[in-house]
Structures are given as structure tokens and as C-alpha cells.
Design a protein around this ligand. Structure first.
Ligand code: NAI
Length: 271
């Protein structure tokens, strides 16, 4: 269902790896809503992923960029403005990676080189993306920048490991940079705190199956899917949310405000 909410708007979408990716669904929805964009991902992901298929489907071009490399990001932003024919209206940062998670290192037994790499990819990259856009004055007024996060930034989810710290850092960057972007360029910056979602990054977390079923049972509306997240992101990219900024917006079917639900109680009540 299209409402042409993004007609005439130009953007950059990071992080579409395969059709399960939240960024993939967002790209499809942005296209349906009339927005144009360039797709970008790390060069290594490009070889593994199916991003070309998405590019063809949405009539967009792909510009490889490692989101930790300033050089790559500068090239990306310049090329995006040339290809799209003007400044940028929306940016989706949908990037996350922890080597400690991937290699099964427990939170209490981190390899700090890996921790640092994960922080650079998952959190610092958001600062780098925004600093590059800011310095190049690449955003249109009333533009919108969104990054994806998870509630482990506020509460303990033991197996989320060092990604919990990365997400806390990411959310802080959104607020801190969001101030300057708002004050100087009238651009809004928000994070969406999404339900557990079965994607490559999500499923990599130990105990993900338990995680996602528990959240489903706790949330009055059930878990938000990747498509639900895409739809919410569209509202934040549209002109209907111009004064929403510096927020961490929970998009989780109500999970974050629950104490316990009947469904979870039932599992613990023996009769
Ligand atoms: P995904 O695995 O499809 O996407 C992660 C993306 O990050 C991939 O496209 C990957 O290539 C990209 N990436 C990794 N290193 C990069 C680098 N150096 N430069 C550029 N891109 C790089 O998984 P998903 O779930 O769609 O993840 C998107 C975002 O949503 C992440 O920030 C994730 O933490 C967040 N999120 C995911 C949840 C889930 O349960 N799947 C829940 C809440 C938030």
C-alpha cells in the first residue's frame, strides 16, 4: 500500500544483505513510497549478499563502502549526491556486528581487539556517517537520519554480549550528534529500538530462538517484524514526523513497558 510519502526524496540505505535484512525491507518500502536512493554495504558483504537483485528491483545503484572508513564514506556521499541529483533527505544506518558474538566469546571473556572492531562497526560508524554528511553539508533541511538499535542498551539480555554496550553507545551518538544536526541543519536523528527479528545479524545471537519466542509472548501486539520496522522508518523519513528528534523509539509490540504477561505467567504456573 503506497501513499507516496517519500515522493521526490533522496536517500542512502546502509545494510541490506539479503531479503531478511531490515534494510532490504526498508528499501522496498521506500521505493514503493516514491523515494529514490543508493544502496551501500561493506565490500565483503556485497560478494556474499544478494544486493544486486534489490538494486534492480528498486532501480537503484550500489556504492560499496566500509562504514568504518572515512574515505569510503566521503566517496559514498559524493557519489550519492551526483547519482541522485541533489542533497540527501533520508539515511538509514542498519549496521551491526560483534566478533565476540560471532566467535562465541562470553561477555566476561572478551577479546578486546574484537570488542574494539565491533564498536567501530556497530556504533562509531554512525558518528562517521553523520560527520561525513555534516561536513559535506550533504543533508537537505528537514531531512531524517535513522539508526537501528536494541533494548539491551537499557536492560540486561545476557547473550547480547558486547552488542549491548555498542547499542548504548549508538543511542548516545544519535542524541549528541542529533543536537548539532538539528541546530545547524534542521535535520532529525533518531534510533528505532526494534523487536528481535530473524535476520543474519539477529540469528547470530546465542539463544536467539528463546529470545524471540519470549519477546513474542511478552508483547501485547507480538513482535514487530522487519516489514513493520520498514513501515515505521518510512514515517520517520516522511514529512509527518518533522519535529521528532533525539529520540530512542521503541518499536517492539509493547515489550519494553511490560512486567509480565499472562502467556509468560502460564509457562511458570504448574497446576
Ligand atoms: P543483517 O545481518 O541483515 O544486517 C547487518 C548489516 O550490517 C549487513 O548488511 C552487514 O553487511 C552490515 N555491515 C557489517 N559490517 C559493516 C561495515 N563495516 N560496513 C558497512 N556495513 C556493514 O541484520 P539486521 O538484523 O537487518 O541488522 C540491521 C540492524 O538492526 C543492526 O544494527 C542490528 O543490530 C539492528 N537490530 C536487529 C535486531 C534483530 O533481532 N535482528 C533487533 C534490533 C536491532
Amino acid at each position: 500500500m503506497s501513499h507516496n510519502l517519500l515522493k521526490g526524496k533522496r536517500g542512502i540505505i546502509f545494510g541490506a544483505l539479503d531479503e531478511n535484512s531490515i534494510a532490504w525491507k526498508t528499501a522496498e518500502r521506500v521505493h514503493e513510497e516514491g523515494g529514490t536512493f543508493v544502496l551501500t554495504n561493506a565490500p565483503v558483504a556485497m560478494r556474499m549478499g544478494q544486493i544486486k537483485e534489490l538494486a534492480e528491483k528498486t532501480g537503484s545503484q550500489i556504492i560499496p563502502a566500509d562504514a568504518t572508513s572515512i574515505e569510503d564514506l566521503e566517496n559514498l556521499v559524493e557519489q550519492a549526491m551526483t547519482i541522485l541529483g541533489g542533497k540527501i533527505d533520508f539515511v538509514l544506518h542498519s549496521i551491526g556486528m560483534s566478533i565476540n558474538v560471532r566467535k562465541g566469546n562470553h561477555y566476561t571473556n572478551q577479546n578486546y581487539d574484537w570488542t574494539q572492531k565491533g564498536t567501530d562497526v556497530s556504533a562509531n560508524s554512525f558518528h562517521k556517517v553523520m560527520q561525513t554528511l555534516y561536513k559535506k553539508d550533504a543533508m537537505n533541511e528537514w531531512g531524517s537520519i535513522v539508526a537501528l538499535t536494541y533494548m539491551a542498551a537499557q536492560r540486561v539480555f545476557p547473550d547480547y554480549n558486547d552488542m549491548a554496550d555498542n547499542k548504548a553507545f549508538l543511542e548516545s551518538i544519535a542524541r549528541s550528534f542529533g543536537y548539532f544536526f538539528g541546530r545547524d541543519k534542521k535535520v532529525r536523528v533518531n534510533t528505532i529500538s526494534q523487536s528481535p527479528t530473524p535476520t543474519t545479524a539477529g540469528s547470530g545471537v546465542k539463544g536467539f530462538d528463546g529470545f524471540i519466542s519470549y519477546a513474542e509472548k511478552m508483547s501485547p501486539l507480538g513482535n514487530a517484524t522487519a516489514l513493520d520496522c520498514a513501515n515505521y522508518t518510512i514515517t520517520l523519513f516522511s514529512d509527518l514526523s518533522r519535529k521528532v528528534t533525539l529520540q530512542n523509539l521503541f518499536h517492539d509490540g509493547g515489550f519494553s513497558n511490560m512486567g509480565v504477561s499472562d502467556a509468560v505467567m502460564e509457562a511458570f504456573t504448574k497446576e
